[in-house]
Each structure stands twice: as structure tokens, then as C-alpha cells.
Design a binder for this molecule. Structure first.
Ligand code: ZN
Length: 122
């Protein structure tokens, strides 16, 4: 026999539970950043929830242009001869990186979503 008060209690617990999950989810997303490093030093960071196009300029005229869109970071153009960084797939998950060796540029995701492939491997 379920009483009316029990139903209200269950409802309240459900709402708190969903609220907590939502809060954790939003918090996680808000904390996701991309760290832009040059010559091993972080020069700037961006939140993954802002959509931007940014060009990193080096001392010797080297440059790398990347975009952030829908939480994904992608190198779209660069002055380097090999274009390995440009051809790299976009990055989104925690600790994923795009490296441009000739220009000594590194993009790294900080505090992003856990990579589902890593989770399976672990
Ligand atoms: Zn490159």
C-alpha cells in the first residue's frame, strides 16, 4: 500500500537526483578548456564552450590557426611545412592533444569529457 506522502518523497528524491546529475554534467562541461602552449609554456587558454578562431603567432613568423566549435578544437591552417597538425583530427576529450613540432605549438584539452575509448581500455 503506497501512501500519498511516500509518492511525494519519491518525487522529491528523483528531482534532487536529476538535479545533482545535471549540475555535475554542466559543471564538467563548464570546466573544459583548451591549453595553448608554445615552446613548452602555456600562453593562453580558452573555454571549450566558446566558438572562436584564434591564430597563435611565434617569434620567427610561424603561425597556427585553430577553431573551437561545439566543444571541439581543430587546427585549420598553419605555416609549418608538414601540415601534420592541420591534418590531425579535431580534439575534444580530456588530455587529447594536437602538436605542431616545426612551430613548437601544442593544443591540449584540460578537464574535458573522458575519452570513451580510454574507459574501455581501462
Ligand atoms: Zn604544424
Amino acid at each position: 500500500m503506497v501512501k500519498k506522502n511516500d509518492l511525494i518523497l519519491i518525487g522529491v528524491i528523483l528531482i534532487i537526483g536529476i538535479g545533482a546529475l545535471l549540475f555535475m554534467y554542466l559543471n564538467n562541461e563548464a570546466g573544459s578548456k583548451v591549453s595553448v602552449q608554445m615552446n613548452g609554456e602555456e600562453i593562453i587558454t580558452f573555454d571549450l564552450d566558446e566558438d572562436i578562431t584564434y591564430t597563435i603567432e611565434g617569434d620567427n613568423g610561424a603561425w597556427n590557426t585553430f577553431t573551437i566549435k561545439d566543444g571541439h578544437v581543430d587546427m585549420i591552417d598553419a605555416s609549418c611545412p608538414d601540415k601534420i597538425c592541420v591534418n590531425h583530427k579535431d580534439i575534444h576529450y580530456d588530455h587529447e592533444t594536437i602538436t605542431c613540432l616545426p612551430n613548437q605549438v601544442l593544443l591540449e584539452i584540460i578537464g574535458g569529457e573522458e575519452n570513451p575509448i580510454d574507459s574501455i581500455a581501462n
